[in-house]
Design a protein around this ligand. Structure first.
Ligand code: MF3
Ligand code: CO
Length: 248
């Protein structure tokens, strides 16, 4: 079932989204060579709880942490731990929070210090694809238009598009209908209307888009070892156009 949120409900999602945006900004400030991913996770969890919210990932299908931190060939769902961040790494940070029953979900990819231009371009293109997808989330368009806008940025740069993981509706659950693929599908999907809230989340790679899950049961990595990037925002479709809920 696809639910359309009222203006009052979107206002509550905005508050949850703001917590997520602030958490990601906090992580960006603390992200430097030598910091452990467990420390970033602890800081994020403390921030979320202090804001009166709950980390939505923790306990989700048994997931152990508040953030997903995915480095280099890791695409999504990397588990924070003792591992320390190094210069030149590509670090994707995904955060989710529930505030007063409403969810926010967003991700950013950071390059730590210097990295080759091709790596920076991948990260920038994935961010641009997110923006293109958001811009297509207007009343009268269909989910397909969002998918196509995202895919076009990947095609333009020759990047791999990870297919087994997709964006999603969001609201009182983290994952609601509809699915929001990062590639064109055969069907055009539902028509977007004011009140529909989506998490749009392109995942691009520098090489093949084939992925596998590590033995830990969570971490999704590229099979060929190529670098991956992941950007995500939660948005509301409104009469006035898309409203991004997970930016400051
Ligand atoms: N942010 C992810 C998504 O968009 C969810 C993380 S998976 C979890 O689907 F297990 F960590 F929650
Ligand atoms: Co998501």
């Amino acid at each position: 079932m696809i639910t359309r949120k009222s203006a009052a409900e979107i206002a509550r999602m905005r508050r949850a989204g703001r917590v997520v945006a602030d958490v990601l900004a906090l992580v960006e400030e603390e992200l430097r060579p030598g910091v452990s991913t467990a420390r970033l996770d602890a800081l994020a969890e403390a921030y979320i709880r202090k804001a009166g919210a709950t980390p939505s990932f923790k306990g989700y299908h048994g997931y152990p942490s508040s953030l997903c931190i995915s480095i280099d060939r890791e695409v999504v769902h990397g588990i924070p731990g003792d591992r320390v961040v190094r210069e030149g790494q590509v670090v994707s940070v995904d955060a989710g929070a529930i505030l007063d029953g409403w969810h926010g979900d967003a991700a950013r990819t950071f390059v730590v210090g210097d990295a080759p231009p091709a790596v920076r371009d991948l990260v920038e293109a994935t961010r641009r694809a997110l923006d293109a997808g958001i811009a297509a989330a207007v009343p009268g368009n269909r989910v397909w238009d969002v998918s196509a806008a995202v895919e076009d940025v990947a095609l333009g740069g020759g990047y791999g598009v990870v297919r087994p993981y997709v964006g999603h509706g969001i609201g009182t659950a983290m994952h609601e209908e509809p699915q929001v693929p990062n590639y064109r599908t055969k069907t055009r999907g539902i028509e977007l209307a004011p009140g529909i809230c989506l998490a749009i989340e392109p995942m691009f790679t520098l090489g093949s888009a084939d992925v596998e899950t590590r033995q830990d049961g969570w971490t999704v990595v590229t099979r060929d070892g190529s670098i991956a990037a992941h950007w995500e925002d939660s948005i509301a479709v409104t009469e006035q156009g898309p409203e991004v809920l997970t930016r400051p």
